[in-house]
Write a new protein. Structure first.
Length: 204
């Protein structure tokens, strides 16, 4: 895993959801939810990067039609830089709080996904940025550049997409704000869901 620290500047504001997209929210937009039926309040999993992108497109269209979306803004996945900025909430350590207090992980999750907002939020009042389900990001996966960057959007080429946040199945040594993972965009995994941001459109 490439977890070297590097400095980035984010020049465009975004609004990020305080929780991971739930099964009920996904079904409202998409008309169906993946896998077997379950509590609509649980974070949606078994969704590919492509599925998450389609959800964002459809939600954008619905909100534009309803007149609730400001001009020039869309719903999309966060970039990896946006995700980490939101997750850290101004902190520089491995985590933004005590592990058991802030995250559902292998030591307290009961070997399964949990309802959102069951652990303490970070300083930005965002829940489950670490633990519960890992989250798709917009970027292609690649090593961090060796110099400061502005509004990075990931590697220019590559087959895999970034996954951040770790999940209910991860051990304590990997449940950190800096933890990075990757998966093919068509992958549908029981530990991976997503959260959305509202901001300017970016090319995935």
């Amino acid at each position: 895993m490439d977890e070297r620290q590097w400095t980035v500047t984010l020049s465009h504001p975004v609004l990020i959801s305080d929780h991971e997209v739930t099964r009920g929210e996904y079904e409202t937009v998409m008309g169906t939810s993946p896998g077997e039926s379950g509590d609509p309040g649980l974070p949606v999993v078994d969704v590919s990067w492509d599925d998450a992108g389609e959800f964002c497109k459809r939600l954008t269209a619905l909100e534009q039609k309803a007149g609730r979306l400001p001009a020039g803004e869309v719903y999309r996945l966060p970039t990896e830089a946006e995700w980490e900025y939101a997750a850290r909430a101004g902190t520089l350590g491995a985590r933004y709080g005590d592990l058991d207090d802030i995250a559902w992980w292998a030591g307290n999750s009961g070997a399964g996904v949990q309802l959102p907002k069951g652990r303490l939020p970070n300083e930005y009042q965002l829940f489950d940025m670490i633990g519960n389900v890992s989250e798709w990001c917009l970027d292609r996966y690649g090593p961090y550049p060796g110099k400061p960057g502005k509004d990075p959007t990931g590697a220019a080429t590559g087959l895999s997409r970034v996954v951040r946040g770790v999940s209910w199945s991860d051990r304590d040594f990997s449940t950190r704000s800096a933890s990075r993972d990757k998966a093919f965009p068509e992958s549908q995994l029981p530990t991976v869901g997503f959260r959305i941001v509202r901001g300017q459109a970016l090319s995935p």
